[in-house]
Design a protein around this ligand. Structure first.
Ligand SMILES: Nc1nc2c(ncn2[C@@H]2O[C@H](COP(=O)(O)OP(=O)(O)OP(=O)(O)O)[C@@H](O)[C@H]2O)c(=O)[nH]1
Ligand SMILES: [Mg+2]
Length: 421
C-alpha cells in the first residue's frame, strides 16, 4: 500500500487529480486545508490517498463514473465537516448540499461548480475566523504576547482610551506578578487588573479645613469645561451638604462677560452666599478682606484657551498677589483626547496646578484617557463632575469609581453609591 499526496485550490480538484492518477480504488485517507503563509494568500487543500502498489501511477486515465463521483462528493462533504469543526461555524451548517444532490440526481451531472462555490464560501469564513482568533487570542504589542485569557481585559482597557504605553506596561506588570492560580478565570484576572489600576490613581481626599485657617480654591481651565458649574456645586456641598459645614464665599475674576458674572451671582443669591467680582489684583486683596469671615473661598476664572498666554499670565498675577496660598484646581473635560489633555495641562502647568477636576463624565465612554493623564503627570484628582445638575452631579474623586468607569462605563447608580464617600 502506498500513500500519495495531491494539492489543489479546492478539495474537489485535489480528489479529482488523485482519482485520475490512482483510479477509483484509491482510498481517501485525509483531506485538509494547508496552513497558509499569510491570511491573504490563496487557500490550498491537501488530499492524501492510499492505493495498492500495483495500481499506482500510469493508470490509464479515464472519466469518473457515477460511483467514483459519489465517493468524491461524500469525501468532500466529510472534509468540509472537518473544516467546519475547526472553524466552529455553528450558525452556517456545513454544506450537505453535494450529498443531497447525489441523491436527487441519479445521473452523472453533478455540478462541481456548486461544490466549488460552497468551499470558497467556507474558506472565506475560515479566513474571517482566523483573523478574529488572532485579534482575540494573540495581540502583539511591542513584543508583548497577550495570552488568550487576558484578551478580555486587554480589549476593555484598550477601548477605554488608555495610552498604549501605559496599557503595555500595566499588562506586563500583570503578567509578571499575577499568581498562576488567579489566571485560571477571566473574572479573577479582571479583579487583579482592577486592583492594580486603582493603586495607580493618585487621589486627593476631601479634607476638613483646620479650625482657624482658610482654604482658597481657584478653578482654572479651558473655556466651557464646567468651572462655574463645578464652583456652584462645591459651594452648595461645602456650605449645606457636607456633615461639617463651612462658611463659603465666592470670588469671580471672570468679569469680561456680563453673562458669566450673572451666572455665578444667581447661584450665590440662591444659596445666600457672599460673592465679590474682581477686575485687578488690588481688587482681589480687597475682596479677600471682605470675605474674611469665610473659611472656604471659591474663585472662578475666565476660561482661557491653553494658547492664550495673555489671559494665563493675568491668572498668574492674581495667584502671586494673594496674601494667602491658593489651591489651584485645573478643570478638564473627561471627553477630551489624551493628547489634548496633555497639551492643556502643559500650558496651564506654570500656574503650579495642585489638583485636577474632571467634568462631563456623563458625556464620554473613554475614561482611560483620564486615567492615563493622572498617571502620567502624577497630580491627584479631587472631584468628578457627572452632569449639569447643581448641586448633585458631583462625586468626590475615588479610584474605585474611575476604574469602574474605565472598565464598565459610567452608570448613574454607581455615582449615587459613591457620592457619599
Ligand atoms: N453634561 C455635562 N455638562 C456639564 C458638566 N459640567 C458643566 N456642564 C455644562 O457645561 C456648560 C458650560 O459650563 P460652565 O460651568 O459655564 O463652564 P465654564 O468652564 O465656566 O465656561 P467658561 O466660563 O465659559 O469658560 C454648561 O452648559 C454646563 O451645564 C458635566 O459634568 N456634564
Ligand atoms: Mg465660567
Amino acid at each position: 500500500m502506498k500513500f500519495l499526496t495531491f494539492h489543489a485550490k479546492t478539495p474537489a480538484e485535489a480528489l479529482k487529480q488523485a482519482q485520475v492518477q490512482c483510479g477509483e480504488d484509491a482510498l481517501v485517507v485525509s483531506t485538509k486545508q494547508i496552513k497558509k503563509k499569510s491570511l491573504n494568500s490563496e487557500a490550498l487543500y491537501e488530499v492524501v490517498v492510499a492505493v495498492e502498489d500495483s495500481k499506482v501511477l500510469n493508470k490509464p486515465k479515464k472519466e469518473l463514473n457515477q460511483k467514483s463521483t459519489e465517493d468524491v462528493l461524500v469525501n468532500i462533504s466529510e472534509a468540509a465537516k472537518q473544516i467546519s469543526k475547526i472553524a466552529k461555524v455553528t450558525q452556517a451548517p456545513l454544506p450537505t448540499k453535494p450529498k443531497i444532490k447525489v441523491e436527487e440526481r441519479s445521473g452523472t451531472d453533478i455540478d462541481v461548480n456548486d461544490i466549488k462555490q460552497e468551499i470558497t464560501k467556507l474558506a472565506d469564513k475560515i479566513k474571517l475566523i482566523q483573523e478574529m482568533f488572532w485579534e482575540e487570542k494573540a495581540p502583539q504589542r511591542n513584543n508583548l504576547a497577550i495570552p488568550p485569557e487576558f484578551s478580555e481585559i486587554y480589549k476593555l482597557a484598550r477601548t477605554s482610551g488608555m495610552g498604549p504605553d501605559h496599557l503595555d506596561n500595566i499588562m506586563k506588570l500583570t503578567l509578571e506578578h499575577m499568581p498562576q492560580k488567579m489566571r485560571q478565570s477571566s473574572d479573577s484576572i479582571k479583579r487583579y487588573f482592577q486592583v492594580l489600576l486603582r493603586k495607580m490613581v493618585p487621589v486627593r481626599h476631601e479634607s476638613e479645613v483646620p479650625r482657624g485657617s482658610k482654604r482658597l480654591m481657584m478653578f482654572v481651565g479651558p473655556t466651557g469645561v464646567g468651572k462655574t458649574t463645578t464652583i456652584a456645586k462645591l459651594a452648595a456641598r461645602y456650605s449645606y451638604i457636607k456633615e461639617k459645614r463651612d462658611k463659603v464665599g465666592i470670588i469671580t475674576l471672570d468679569t469680561y462677560r456680563i453673562g458669566a458674572v450673572e451666572q455665578l451671582f444667581q447661584y450665590a443669591k440662591m444659596m445666600k452666599l457672599p460673592i465679590e467680582d474682581v477686575v485687578d489684583t488690588n481688587d482681589f486683596n480687597n475682596a479677600l478682606r471682605s470675605l474674611n469671615h469665610c473659611n472656604v473661598i471659591l474663585i472662578d476664572t475666565v476660561g482661557s484657551s491653553q494658547y492664550d498666554k495673555e489671559k494665563l499670565a493675568k491668572l498668574s498675577s492674581f495667584i502671586n498677589s494673594s496674601d494667602y496660598e491658593i489651591d489651584v484646581n485645573l478643570v478638564l473635560s473627561a471627553g477630551n483626547k489624551l493628547e489634548d489633555l496633555r497639551e492643556i495641562y502643559e500650558n496651564f502647568s506654570f500656574l503650579n496646578i495642585d489638583t485636577l477636576v474632571f467634568t462631563k463624565f456623563d458625556e464620554t465612554k473613554t475614561f482611560g484617557t483620564v486615567f492615563s493623564l493622572i498617571y502620567d503627570i502624577d497630580k491627584p484628582v479631587s472631584y468628578f463632575s457627572v452632569g449639569q445638575e447643581v448641586p448633585n452631579d458631583i462625586v468626590v474623586a475615588n479610584s474605585d469609581f474611575l476604574v469602574e468607569c474605565m472598565l464598565n462605563g459610567f452608570k448613574r447608580k454607581q455615582e449615587d453609591a459613591n457620592s457619599s464617600k
